[in-house]
Design a binder for this molecule. Structure first.
Ligand code: BJW
Ligand code: ZN
Length: 245
């Protein structure tokens, strides 16, 4: 059901346990391209087709070029009012969980402290052969090698067909199952298991609210939908009433 911001704000204000699931749309107003739709192209290739272990095995140079291009682009991106409103919501709410599918680190840059990163983080790089893992914001050599074992390093992100980090997934499932309200913001809801967190929360009695530019396949089973830009809607959920007198 399409709701008014006032209705959703009253639900957020009245909730004790707030859980938020974000996707690429929350970073769109920071200039980060989304995955699907007209934006989801890189050099004529579909971004989601590069996020595959098979693509990396077939042409690691092309996949690394894509990730290095994104790292370079992301260095210039800053959090937008949606990220900032969610950081403020966390600070104002004793039980708050932010689950993100995004790998860009913009929630943390905005001040969010406890972020469950379902699909990893683009600033981290790891060795598939040994335990080496590192994090920095530089553009890397075209084919970076492990300093320990010389294997080809890879971005520490989750590609299609790969398992999500079990602890992060477990914490996300627990949070969704115990939420009073789940806000699902800027995701097409096509990628599993992230997409089913909304259904899970719903079945456990949470109020579910979708914030998106447009309807998604999940809109039908959400309790409420707000259509518009996350960077315009979320700050309005955090507005405090003016004190008079
Ligand atoms: C705005 C806006 C604004 C724009 N304001 N809104 C069950 C059934 C079928 C398949 C599967 C299943 N379980 C698992 C699978 C397979 C697969 C999957 O889900 N496939 C489907 C696509 C069919 N899942 C997996 O493989 C996952 N692994 C797994 O489950 O392991 C076990 C297993 C394996 C195999 C079989 C069974 C079990 C791993 C998924 C990893 C996804 N990885 C990526 C890349 C991450 C690294 C990187 O960034 O490079 O994650 S793919 C890409 O999609 C990325 C995103 O996090 C993810 C979701 O995208 P998102 O965020 O929703 O973005 P968009 O672009 O799709 O949507 C943006 C939205 O924003 C739109 O709706 C806009 O309208 C909106 N918007 N501006 C508000 N200003
Ligand atoms: Zn190594």
């Amino acid at each position: 059901m399409i709701a008014s911001i006032e209705t959703v704000k009253a639900l957020v204000d009245g909730a004790e346990r707030i859980v938020v699931l974000t996707g690429a749309g929350v970073s769109a107003e920071s200039g980060v391209p989304t995955f699907r739709g007209a934006d989801g192209l890189w050099n004529g290739l579909r971004a989601e087709d590069l996020a595959h272990p098979e693509a990396f095995a077939r042409d690691p140079q092309k996949v690394w070029d894509f990730y290095n291009w994104r790292r370079d682009m992301l260095r210039q991106c800053r959090p937008n009012p949606a990220h900032e409103a969610l950081a403020a919501m966390e600070a104002a709410t004793p039980s708050f969980n932010l689950i993100t599918q995004n790998v860009d680190g913009l929630h943390q840059q905005a001040g969010s402290e406890s972020v469950l990163e379902l699909h990893g983080n683009i600033w981290r790089v790891r060795c598939p052969q040994c335990t080496f893992k590192t994090e920095d914001h530089d553009v890397l050599p075209p084919l970076p090698k492990c300093p320990g074992c010389n294997a080809l390093l890879r971005p520490d992100v989750v590609w299609f067909g790969e398992q999500l980090e079990p602890g992060t997934l477990h914490s996300s499932v627990e949070a969704a199952a115990n939420a009073d309200i789940l806000l699902v913001i800027g995701t097409s809801g096509l990628v599993q298991p992230a997409a089913s967190l909304a259904d899970l929360a719903n079945r456990h009695g949470a109020v579910t609210v979708e914030v998106n530019l447009e309807p998604t396949p999940n809109t039908g089973f959400m309790d409420f939908a707000l259509h518009g830009k996350a960077g315009e809607i979320l700050p309005r959920l955090m507005l405090q009433p003016l004190l008079i007198g």
